[in-house]
Design a protein around this ligand. Structure first.
Ligand code: ACM
Length: 767
C-alpha cells in the first residue's frame, strides 16, 4: 500500500519534471515558465569561461556572482572573460531585442556549443545566471558537469516575491542578514521586507534620535528561575550596516522594504522617548511576546518625530515602498487618554480606528510627497485608507480581497498559510514554533490570487510573501530551519505559472536543492521527509510485540529501516507495508531519494515498556477550550534548538490520551519552569486559573477528564529550578483512560512546561 503510494509519486513526476523524455529531472527551483529538453548536452569544466560584453559592467558583476557560486557550491573555478560570445563558453548577453516579457525575463539555451543566456535587462540576466548555477549543481560534487540540453524562456508570475525578516524580536547580525539575502537571490525572490522596529526592540540607528538604539535596542529577558539572571539582549544596525546590506541586496536584485511599525508595536520607541507615548511613563523595552499596549500618541510632535525618522529611513532605503506596520494596535491607551480624545474631537474623528487611519494618512502623505508609497498590514483598511496605499494581507486573505475590490494593490502574506513561524511538522524533534504546523505541501499549493477576485481586481495582486517572525527563532539556525525548504515552495508559487506548478515534480527537483543547502551549511528542515515510526502503544504493551508503520509528511522517497539498532541505508530493508517486531527493540528509519541521497536524517524509536508508557511534549494534547499551541524553549533567547516544550499559554493543562493504567502505580513528569512572557491584550481574560491546595500549587492528575477523579497530586517546588522532575504515586486503576494533568499554581507565576510524562509500574514508581 505505502509502496504503491511512493511509486505513484515517482510515476506522476515523470509527466513534468522529466521534460520531454530527458533521463533525469531538470533540477530547477522555481520551475521556469517554459522549458524543453532537446538536442545534445554541453559539458562544463574548469576551462569553460563565462563570457560577457566588455562594456557591460553589470553583466560582468552577474558573471562573477555565478562564478563565485559555482566555486563555493560545486568547486568549479570558472573564469570570467570579456569579449565576443564564443563557442564552448557560458555566455551572458544583454540584448534589447531579447524575446522576453519583462525586465526579469531571460532565455537560456544549452547546446553542444555552450550555454547562452540572453535578457533585455540586468535582472533577467541575473535570474538566467541563477538558473545556470542550478544546472551546474544537480548535486554537490566536483569535476566536470554534463548539462542537459535545456531551452528555457522564463519570467516570473508575480512582481513581488517577498520574504519578511523580523530583526526586532531577535536580532540577526549583518552577516546573517546577508545569508538570508543570498538564499533569497538563489530562489529568485526580489523583496526583503525588513521588520526593524517592534515592542521588543528598535534596530535601526536614527542619528537624530540616539535614544532609539541606546535604550530601545536592548531588553532584559524575563527571569526563568532565581538561579538564572540573564543579561541584556539586543543589538542594532548602524546606518553604515544598513547601507551595506541594501547595496548587497541590490547587487542581487533584491529591494529592501523597511518596516517601522506604528501606531502600535511601539513600546521600544516609547521606552526610548516616553513623550512619544500616551501615558507619559517610560515602559521597559518589552520582554513579552504578543500584543503589548503601548501606542504612539497622536500629537503633532510625534507625527513630526516619525516623519523625521522617515527622512533618515528614505535616505537609507531607495525602495518605492515604505512599510508603516499598522497591525495589532489595541486602542485601550487611546481610549483612556484625555489628550488623544481631545485631539480626536479637534479633528472631528469619531472612532479610534478612524484615528489610526488619520495617523497612517499623515505618513502616506509624507511618503507621497517624497515620491514613495505606503504599504501596511491589512488593519490599515479599518477606518479608511488613502487609495494609493498598498495592503499586505496577513489576517488570512480577506484583507487582500477587500482591498483589491477597493482598488488597492495587495500583497498576500496570510497567517498561518505563509507564516514561517508555524512549525514545519508535528515531529517529536521539531524545534520551536506555532501550531498547527504548515507543511511544505501547503506552502506549495498556496494560490496567491483569491478566487473571489475578478480578472480586473486580480491585477491588484502584486504578489506574495512569506514572513519570518522571530519571537521563537533566537538564532539564524532557527530561521534557516523555519525558512527552508518551505521557501522553495513559496518561490515556485510566486514565480512559476500556476499551470506549470506540480507538487510531485517539485518533490523530484527538491533533493538537488537540499544538496545545495548542505554545500552552503544552511540548516534546512528535513521535516517533510523525516520518517515517522508509528505503533499502537497499548496493543504493544499488552502483546509484547508491535506492528510498525513508517511514513513521512510528503509521502515521498524510499524509506529504509533497521530493527537491530544499526544505521539504516540503501541496503537496509525497504519499507513496503507495516511489519511486526518483538519488544524490546529499536527501530531506525531513513528516507532516501531514488539515487540514494538522504532526504532526511535517520530517525530512531526505542520500543520497550518504559518508552511506550512515555508521551513526549508534542504527544500531549491541550485540555479543552483554547486550541492555542506553541512550542517554546526554556529561555526566550536560547542558543540551541532543543529542548522544546509544547504549551498552551491560556491553560497550563495537558492531556495524556488513552493511558493504559493496568499495573501502573506512579507517574513521572519531566518539567521545565518557563517564563510567562506573553502580552495577551484583551485575551488575557481567557487565561484559566486552577485553584491550588498548597502555597506553591501542585500538578493534579485527573482520570478520564479534567473534572474526573484525581489519582495523583504532586506538589510543585518553591524556587523551582529551570528543569525538575515531579514523581509520585497514583491510585491504582485498571483499563484505559485519558489523563488530565492540571497545574494549579497562580497564573502570575511561571508556565510549567511538560517535557515528558511516564507512567510507572508498581516496582518502578517509588519516588
Ligand atoms: C502580524 O503578524 N502582526 C502582522
Amino acid at each position: 500500500m505505502k509502496k504503491t503510494r511512493y511509486v505513484l509519486a515517482f510515476a506522476l513526476c515523470g509527466l513534468t519534471a522529466f521534460a520531454h523524455g530527458a533521463a533525469a529531472p531538470v533540477n530547477l527551483i522555481p520551475m521556469p515558465a517554459q522549458l524543453t529538453v532537446s538536442g545534445e548536452a554541453f559539458t562544463v569544466n574548469a576551462q569553460t569561461p563565462i563570457v560577457v560584453d566588455g562594456s557591460d559592467a553589470e553583466a560582468r558583476h552577474t558573471a562573477e556572482y555565478l562564478a563565485s557560486l559555482a566555486a563555493h557550491t560545486r568547486h568549479l573555478s570558472l573564469q570570467v572573460k570579456t569579449g565576443a560570445p564564443e563557442v564552448g563558453a557560458i555566455v551572458l548577453k544583454r540584448d534589447p531585442q531579447a524575446p522576453v516579457a519583462n525586465a526579469e525575463g531571460y532565455t537560456l539555451d544549452v547546446t553542444p556549443q555552450g550555454i547562452r543566456i540572453v535578457a533585455r535587462d540586468e535582472a533577467g540576466l541575473f535570474y538566467g545566471a541563477i538558473t545556470a548555477w542550478q544546472l551546474l549543481t544537480p548535486m554537490p560534487g566536483e569535476g566536470d558537469v554534463r548539462v542537459q540540453p535545456v531551452h528555457i524562456r522564463d519570467e516570473p508570475r508575480f512582481a513581488w516575491r517577498g520574504l519578511m525578516l523580523d530583526s526586532a524580536r531577535h536580532f540577526q547580525t549583518p552577516d546573517e542578514v546577508r545569508t538570508v539575502i543570498d538564499q533569497m537571490a538563489q530562489h529568485k525572490l526580489n523583496t526583503l521586507h525588513w521588520h526593524l522596529t517592534d515592542d521588543q526592540g528598535w534596530r535601526i540607528e536614527i542619528k537624530r534620535y540616539p535614544e532609539l538604539t541606546r535604550i530601545g535596542a536592548w531588553r532584559t529577558p524575563p527571569t526563568v528561575s532565581k538561579a538564572s539572571q540573564p543579561g541584556r539582549y539586543g543589538g542594532f544596525y548602524t546606518q553604515d550596516d544598513i547601507r551595506a546590506i541594501v547595496a548587497y541586496a541590490a547587487e542581487r536584485h533584491i529591494t529592501v522594504v523597511p518596516e517601522l511599525d506604528m501606531p502600535g508595536h511601539a513600546q521600544a520607541a516609547v521606552a526610548s522617548y516616553p513623550e512619544l507615548g500616551v501615558t507619559g511613563t517610560r515602559p521597559p523595552v518589552s520582554p513579552d511576546w504578543g500584543v503589548n499596549p503601548y501606542l504612539y500618541n497622536v500629537d503633532d510632535n510625534t507625527i513630526h518625530f516619525l516623519q523625521n525618522v522617515l527622512d533618515e529611513v528614505m535616505a537609507l532605503f531607495p525602495s518605492t515602498y515604505i512599510h508603516v506596520g499598522g497591525d495589532e494596535a489595541v486602542k485601550d491607551q487611546w481610549k483612556a487618554s484625555p489628550a488623544v480624545q481631545a485631539r480626536m474631537r479637534a479633528l472631528g474623528i469619531k472612532t479610534e480606528d478612524a484615528m489610526q487611519s488619520w495617523f497612517i494618512e499623515q505618513m502616506g502623505k509624507y511618503l507621497a510627497a517624497h515620491d514613495r508609497r505606503l504599504i501596511g498590514w491589512d488593519e490599515i483598511l479599518e477606518g479608511g485608507v488613502p487609495p494609493s496605499a498598498t495592503v499586505m494581507s496577513w489576517r488570512g486573505t480577506k484583507g487582500a480581497i477587500d482591498a483589491a475590490k477597493l482598488g488597492h494593490d495587495v500583497v498576500l502574506a496570510p497567517a498561518p498559510q505563509l507564516y514561517l513561524d508555524s512549525m514545519q511538522s508535528d515531529l517529536p524533534d521539531e524545534t520551536t514554533g506555532r501550531l498547527p504546523s504548515m507543511s511544505l505541501q501547503s506552502y506549495y499549493t498556496f494560490e496567491a490570487v483569491p478566487k473571489e477576485l475578478s480578472t480586473t481586481q486580480a491585477k491588484h495582486v502584486l504578489g506574495m510573501q512569506a514572513t519570518i517572525f522571530t519571537e521563537h527563532m533566537p538564532t539564524l539556525r532557527h530561521v534557516e530551519h523555519a525558512a527552508f525548504p518551505r521557501m522553495d515552495a513559496l518561490a515556485e508559487a510566486a514565480w512559476t505559472p500556476a499551470k506549470v506548478r506540480d507538487w510531485h515534480s517539485f518533490l523530484e527537483r527538491l533533493p538537488s536543492q537540499l544538496g545545495r543547502y548542505r554545500m552552503q551549511d544552511i540548516a534546512y528542515a528535513d521535516s517533510a521527509f523525516a520518517p515517522t515510526i508509528d505503533v499502537d502503544r497499548n496493543a504493544a504493551i499488552s502483546s509484547g510485540h508491535a506492528s510498525v508503520t513508517l511514513s513521512n509528511q510528503a509521502k515521498f522517497g524510499n524509506v529504509h529501516y533497521t530493527a537491530d539498532g544499526s544505521e539504516p541505508g540503501a541496503s537496509s530493508p525497504l519499507y513496503v507495508h507495516p511489519f511486526t517486531v518483538n519488544l524490546p527493540t529499536t527501530i531506525k528509519a531513513v528516507a532516501l531519494a531514488n539515487d540514494s541521497t538522504p532526504l532526511a536524517a535517520a530517525r530512531t524509536r526505542v520500543l520497550d515498556l518504559p518508552s511506550l508508557r512515555t508521551r513526549g511534549t508534542g504527544e500531549l494534547e491541550n485540555c479543552s477550550g483554547s486550541d492555542f499551541r506553541l512550542r517554546v524553549q526554556p529561555t526566550p533567547d536560547a542558543t540551541s534548538m532543543a529542548p522544546t516544550y509544547l504549551i498552551n499559554v491560556f491553560d497550563n493543562c495537558r492531556m495524556y490520551r488513552a493511558a493504559k493504567l493496568d499495573g501502573i502505580a506512579g507517574i513521572r513528569v519531566d518539567t521545565a519552569t518557563l517564563p510567562r512572557n506573553y502580552a495577551l491584550a484583551h485575551d488575557a481574560k481567557l487565561v484559566v486559573a486552577h485553584k491550588a491546595n498548597t502555597p506553591q500549587g501542585e500538578l493534579v492528575v485527573y482520570m478520564d477528564s479534567c473534572k474526573g477523579k484525581p489519582i495523583a497530586s504532586l506538589p510543585l517546588p518553591a524556587d523551582a529550578p529551570a528543569t525538575f522532575t515531579l514523581q509520585g504515586a497514583t491510585a491504582q486503576q485498571a483499563g484505559t483512560h485519558d489523563l488530565c494533568l492540571v497545574f494549579t499554581s497562580p497564573i502570575t507565576g511561571p508556565i510549567w512546561g511538560v517535557g515528558a510524562v511516564t507512567l510507572l509500574p508498581a516496582d518502578k514508581s517509588a519516588p
